[in-house]
Design a protein around this ligand. Structure first.
Ligand SMILES: [Zn+2]
Length: 314
């Protein structure tokens, strides 16, 4: 009997949280729903922006086989496809930041922009039209780019990728030409240049009035690499910083917190993505959360800091 109850409970687990939670939007502020790892689903003024599309859990063993998107999981996380995504920001090309992009093309509206490094653009161009791809060029780094019908502007900053372990950075390749076939295995998703994003949500399309400013960094980097330059005195409301590999680089996240003085600090990319992380996240084995979440690392900002939880709004 107990076994039966357990079996039924397990069967029903995916039904819990089956619907993406609806974020309350207060005073026209953006709703920022965290989806786990580097992924967000951001809604603002009828615009929809995603980041680092990766939703399909794969075990260590699965890594040896061709990558297969988990379509029921994608539907659970993003809802059914409505072709309403206006833009996607992709921080780098590794599979845990981009590998579900081929599977979510039906979520994109026809003018959607995929912002990434130029190396990642060469990967994406092997399975989708270049009309929607915008690889950030050298001359565009640090300059405002408008998207989402002018409601959002952002600056991209070239950053770096902390070594995953033992000083080794896996699959770092930068592509310089279009791949002749779409990526098949996880190691086909090569890193390229890492990008951090300073994002402003605007009071009116293409205006200079900022309703909320956030900073998203989906890979740890040595300070001050990838640090945004703030030259307009507008406060950074929220920073979303990768926790993975934070101890493998110097002065992270401490330097960023000290330099930007954000109102709130959220840590992302802390979940073990080799198991189900959307409904039942557990930390990556190599992350020392006690060291991350202490006053010294956080430059005395522990009270303003927290781990972001998948399917929660920030
Ligand atoms: Zn990576």
């Amino acid at each position: 009997m107990r076994v039966l109850i357990l079996a039924l409970t397990l069967l029903h687990l995916p039904l819990l949280n089956a619907e993406p939670v609806k974020c309350d939007t207060i005073h026209d502020h953006p709703s920022i729903r965290y989806l786990g790892v580097g992924a967000f689903d951001i809604r603002y003024q009828n615009q929809r922006v995603l980041t680092d599309p990766f939703y399909s859990p794969h075990s260590y063993w699965d890594v040896l086989f061709p990558y297969t998107p988990d379509i029921p999981q994608i539907t659970k996380v993003l809802g059914p496809p409505k072709a309403n995504v206006d833009a996607i920001f992709i921080g780098h090309g590794h599979y845990d930041h981009a590998a579900d992009l081929p599977a979510i093309q039906s979520y994109l509206n026809k003018d959607a922009s995929i912002f990434s490094s130029q190396s990642s653009e060469f990967i994406f161009n092997s399975f989708m039209s270049s009309d929607n791809l915008h690889g950030i060029s050298e001359s565009e780094f640090g300059k405002w780019i408008h998207t989402a019908n002018g409601w959002i502007r952002f600056k991209a900053y070239a950053s770096e990728h902390a070594p995953q372990a033992l000083g080794i950075n896996l699959f770092p390749k930068k592509h310089t030409k279009k791949l002749n076939r779409p990526p098949k295995y996880m190691w086909d998703w090569s890193q390229g240049t890492n990008i951090n994003w300073l994002i402003d949500f605007l009071a009116a399309p293409n205006s200079n009035k900022v309703i909320e400013r956030i900073f998203i960094q989906t890979s740890a980097s040595e300070f001050p690499i990838g640090l945004p330059e703030i030259d307009d005195n507008i406060i950074v409301d929220k920073v979303f910083l990768a926790a993975a590999s934070f101890e493998n680089v110097d002065n992270y996240p401490t330097g960023i917190i000290k330099a930007l003085e954000p109102k709130s600090i959220f840590f992302i990319h802390w979940e073990n993505f080799f198991t189900q992380w959307y409904t039942n996240p557990s930390p990556l084995a190599l992350i020392d959360l006690d060291t991350l979440l202490n006053e010294k690392t956080l430059h005395n900002r522990l009270k303003d800091s927290k781990l972001a939880h998948p399917n929660h709004c920030y």
